[in-house]
Design a protein around this ligand. Structure first.
Ligand code: ADP
Ligand code: MG
Ligand code: MG
Length: 246
């Protein structure tokens, strides 16, 4: 059984069909990459998987761990182990990074009863991500630089330990060092029991990760699937060849 099995998914946003029959299977232990031109529907796929209210499934199925989740609410999906890192993380004044993570962990079913362990893990993960541990006491993303916001998303992923982490352009707008740090955070997270779906425009983030599959998404469909070399080919040649086949 696949961890995630998406069949013939059609999604509309504001009355417009964006995903036009998308198929995707992800198994435990795998790292998948989705690349594609702007406006292809990459974020729409990510948002549909979390059931963002603006994105409506018209037809098709989303099966997660053997269960059809088409009608599940966002928090119910999170509880089952789906996680989305946003392209544009929000600033939330009034809640600290630490308290946000604690309550997110609790509501996703994790136990934070062992506070000492939570605190230790948090410190350890922040150090790995080269984040100043004083940020734990700061309001969520408020006054954070672009890079710090993205690292904070990776920190959430490491804390929540989802079954499937979807990262929507977590590496965009980051300097080379921050990309490397984000990349090693993903490497730290990835294991035999979980999976990662990385949406990106850059191969830099993939250098130290070994993606099992690279998918090209054009006009609401996956038009090609390959391995790591497909990502390098796209970086060199762009998407023109794939657009022509439409
Ligand atoms: P990508 O992430 O591949 O660049 P998106 O999934 O963000 O593409 O967008 C695909 C199409 O859907 C675009 O034409 C975009 O304008 C439209 N779209 C996406 N989200 C919304 C939204 N919330 N409201 C209106 N249109 C949207
Ligand atoms: Mg996008
Ligand atoms: Mg919906």
């Amino acid at each position: 059984e696949n961890l995630l099995n998406i069949t013939n998914l059609k999604t509309e946003v504001e009355g417009k069909e964006i995903l036009k029959g998308l198929n995707l299977k992800i198994n435990e232990g795998e790292i998948h990459v989705i690349m594609g031109p702007n406006g292809a529907g990459k974020s729409t796929l990510a948002n549909t998987l979390m059931n963002h209210p603006k994105y409506n499934v018209v037809s098709g199925n989303i099966i997660f761990q053997g269960e059809e989740i088409n009608d599940l609410k966002t928090d119910e999906r999170a509880k089952r182990g789906l996680f989305l890192s946003f392209q544009y993380p929000e600033e939330i004044s009034g809640i600290t990074v630490e308290n946000f993570l604690k309550s997110a962990k609790k509501s996703s079913g994790g136990s934070v009863l062992k506070h000492l362990k939570f605190d230790l893990d948090l410190k350890k993960n922040m150090k790995e991500l080269k984040m100043d541990t004083s940020y734990a006491k700061r309001y969520l993303n408020v006054g954070f630089s672009g890079g710090e916001k993205k690292k904070n998303e990776i920190l959430q992923m490491l804390t929540l330990e989802p079954k499937l982490a979807i990262l929507d352009e977590t590496d965009s707008g980051l300097d080379v060092d921050a990309v490397r740090t984000v990349s090693s955070g993903i490497k730290m997270f990835s294991n035999e029991n979980n999976a990662v779906l990385i949406i990106t425009h850059n191969t830099k983030i993939l250098e130290n990760l070994k993606p099992d599959y690279v998918h090209i998404l054009v006009d609401g469909k996956i038009v090609k699937t390959g391995n790591g070399s497909l990502a390098r080919e796209i970086e060199e040649k762009g998407y023109e060849d794939y657009k022509k086949t439409l």
